[in-house]
Design a protein around this ligand. Structure first.
Ligand code: ARG
Length: 478
């Protein structure tokens, strides 16, 4: 027997047959969009007040609507609200409950409005709120990185290219590379907030409305800085979500690179760091194991957010104007990306703050790999030898050392002087790893003087994001 749904649909007037319960469930989005309940209610209250002020509905009706919505607000907030199996989405659930409570006045709320501009409004309000949460988590993570950089300013470690030892760097410099990646992500979260900061309400289904509405008033009360300029674009645009999810996906890609390094550095082979026990797990069979599970999991979750971005872009691809039901698929992808990214940043921050930095292991690793070779070549260049010839001379020296199983630091003063008389003066200092690092004070380099300038820029950058976040949070919404 085909099951039919009992409650009457708002559009029932035009239909002779109902849909099956299975189809209703298939078409529903409540499970995902119920988290926008607060946005939906605030949006409706702002809309109803404006309708009354423009004398489109009576003041009494608007008051009844506001009182009813406020009651529903408290019920949902306190977990007392009863959703109906037949509620298709959060918008219908709230309107149904409102009408049950206040009768025909509830039916006037949807005047000059469609679910198309309503859902776009809710989603933008939600995206704005979560963009700020993302920025907040991003700032906390960057603060953890900065603290680490401050604490270990003299720690040396090998820098790699092609995963081969290249030149020694300061551990702080390496960590701050992640600070700057995440700073660009912060800029992207700020941009995503601004992209969402346009009020679509008043666009109605797609063409605007015959009622004398005041969109700017609603925008101001909901904390939007502008109203959308084209009703068709307004109801079919989800670019602001793409912007936000892209910022999430790229953050996760950055975290996956960081976590990959943490996993590698915590191997016995590297031993550069030891993750705190509280950020590690054991094995059910091998008693000795201590696994960097959480770093691995963040690395793994980056795939999901990338998938969310692709899902969202693909959903939008080739969609004709204006609203299409395909767009209902936007929320699950966006919410998943937002949740995953906030959680991952929230886990990464204390994982970094609590890890132990094994500076002796890092220093020992700096002695191998002939990492002073570029400095020997540069030294020859300072004595007038063309860089290409210098490169060849030092290359041969490295080859000799490698064959003999020696390091550059093992070479005697006489051996170096025999290669070129300019090595006679300060050959020892030339190959000393700390001096190698200390010489690289070009702007943005790893040398200690360049690092202190970098730390000043770090402070300015983070302070400007904190100020921006405070200003954005200070804007009231309904
Ligand atoms: N649940 C829908 C969504 O998320 C709301 C808009 C539905 N509008 C419509 N005309 N069917 O997109």
């Amino acid at each position: 027997m085909v099951q039919v749904n009992e409650p009457k649909k708002p559009w029932a007037g035009r239909f002779e047959k109902p849909t099956t319960r299975f189809l209703d469930e298939f078409g529903a989005s409540l499970k995902a969009d119920k988290r926008m309940w607060e946005e939906d209610i605030r949006g409706s209250i702002a809309h109803a007040r404006m309708l009354a002020e423009q004398q489109i509905i009576s003041k009494d009706d608007a008051d009844a609507i506001e009182a009813g919505l406020s009651e529903i607000f408290r019920e949902i907030r306190d977990g007392r609200f009863k959703f109906d199996v037949a509620d298709e989405d959060i918008h219908m659930a709230i309107e149904r409950a409102l009408t049950e409570r206040i009768g025909p006045a509830g039916g006037r709320l949807h005047t000059a409005r469609s679910r198309n501009d309503q859902v776009a409004t809710d989603t933008r309000l939600y995206a704005k709120r979560r963009a700020l949460d993302l920025l907040q988590a991003n700032i906390r993570l960057r603060e953890a990185i900065v603290t680490l950089a401050h604490m270990h300013q003299t720690v040396l470690m090998p820098g790699y290219t092609h995963m081969q030892k290249a030149q020694p760097v300061l551990f702080s410099h390496h960590m701050l590379a992640y600070f700057w990646m995440l700073s660009r992500d912060a800029t992207r979260f700020r941009h995503a907030f601004e992209a969402a900061d346009f009020l679509p309400l008043g666009s109605a289904a797609l063409a605007g409305t015959t009622f004398p509405i005041d969109r700017s008033l609603v925008a101001e009360r909901l904390g939007f800085s502008q109203v959308t300029p084209n009703s068709m674009d307004a109801v079919s645009d989800r670019d602001f979500l793409v912007d936000l999810v892209y910022a999430c996906a790229l953050t996760m890609i950055h975290l996956s690179r960081l976590c990959e390094e943490l996993v590698l550095w915590s191997t016995e082979e590297f031993g550069f760091i030891t993750l705190d026990d509280s950020y590690s797990t054991g094995s059910s069979i091998m008693p000795q194991k201590k696994n960097p599970d959480f770093a691995e999991l963040i690395r793994g979750k980056s795939g999901r957010t990338l998938g969310d971005l692709v899902a969202l872009l693909t959903m939008l691809k080739s969609l004709p104007l204006a609203y299409n039901k395909d767009m209902q698929e936007d929320k699950e992808a966006a919410f998943d990306a937002i949740d995953t990214t906030i959680d991952s940043m929230t886990v990464a921050a204390p994982m970094l703050s609590t890890m132990q930095v094994n500076k002796d292991r890092m220093y020992q690793a700096c002695l191998g790999g002939f990492m002073a070779a570029t400095d020997l070549a540069d030294h020859l260049v300072y004595s007038g030898i063309p860089f290409r010839s210098a490169h060849e001379i030092v290359g041969k020296l490295v080859l000799q050392c490698e064959k003999a199983g020696r390091t550059l630091q093992d070479l005697s003063f006489e051996e170096l002087a025999a290669i070129h008389q300019s090595f006679a003066e300060d050959s020892g200092k030339l190959v000393d790893i700390r001096s190698v690092v200390s010489r690289r004070n070009s702007e943005g380099g790893t040398g200690p003087e360049a690092l202190s300038l970098q730390l000043e820029r770090v402070n300015e950058t983070i302070a400007s994001d904190i100020d921006w976040l405070e200003d954005a949070r200070a804007v009231p919404w309904a």
